[in-house]
Design a binder for this molecule. Structure first.
Ligand code: MN
Length: 206
């Protein structure tokens, strides 16, 4: 370009706060040196097109993507409140990584799965995402599942979320005592898949 080269123009564009993130497509017919490429990369260039080898359709489609980028997929763990397109959200509260993996593997195809490894985190995630169902291990590092349940039931916003207790079958918990303390259901580990899905379906589809 006469009087000023593209590098300077780019630098001016980036230094102006109104255009600091405006997509820029570089067209060049000259060979770009490594040093120049570094400058371009450091200035957030959308794409570099060598003038000689561009055809009109390619150029137009590049510009179309540049001006109207596809929205990024929302990651499951960052899902906003409760439901995405009708998919129920389940919060798993479990401090044992192996158990967490097993539960996630069972649920991940059909539900949005949120994870908490201790009680305090479980309450925070519940407030933030309002899951449709909570599966809660009883033996947690910071407090036990009964205490977490009590905290959940204290807050209007989250008190009616169904909570299913997960207990190791080796532990002696009386099912009646668990239900009496306010849990909606209870499951023993290791998980029996048939019982597991029957209970989950009762809460989410029933
Ligand atoms: Mn545990």
């Amino acid at each position: 370009m006469p009087g000023i080269d593209g590098f300077e123009v780019l630098q001016n564009i980036r230094e102006n706060k109104n255009t600091s993130i405006t997509p820029v497509l570089i067209l060049t017919s000259k060979h770009v040196s490594k040093e120049e490429l570094k400058i371009l990369k450091g200035n957030n260039i959308f794409q570099l097109i060598q003038k000689g080898d561009v055809n009109l359709d390619e150029l137009l489609s590049t510009i179309a993507i540049m001006v109207n980028p596809k929205p990024e997929k929302v990651k499951k763990s960052e899902s906003p409140k409760t439901k995405i397109a009708g998919i129920p959200t389940i919060l798993i509260v479990e401090d044992n990584p192996d158990n967490m993996l097993t539960l996630k593997a069972l649920l991940a195809d059909d539900y949005i799965v949120l994870e908490a490894t201790h009680g305090k985190q479980a309450v925070e995630i519940s407030r933030q995402h309002l899951p449709n169902l909570i599966l809660m291990d009883i033996a947690l590092p910071d407090m036990d599942g009964f205490e977490v349940l009590e905290l959940l039931r204290r807050e209007d916003k989250i008190k009616s979320i169904p909570v299913v207790a997960l207990t190791a079958s080796a532990m002696i918990y009386d099912k009646d005592a668990i239900i009496a303390s306010g849990f909606d259901e209870y499951l023993t580990k290791p998980i029996d898949e048939n019982v597991f899905f029957k209970i989950i379906n009762e809460f989410l589809n029933g």
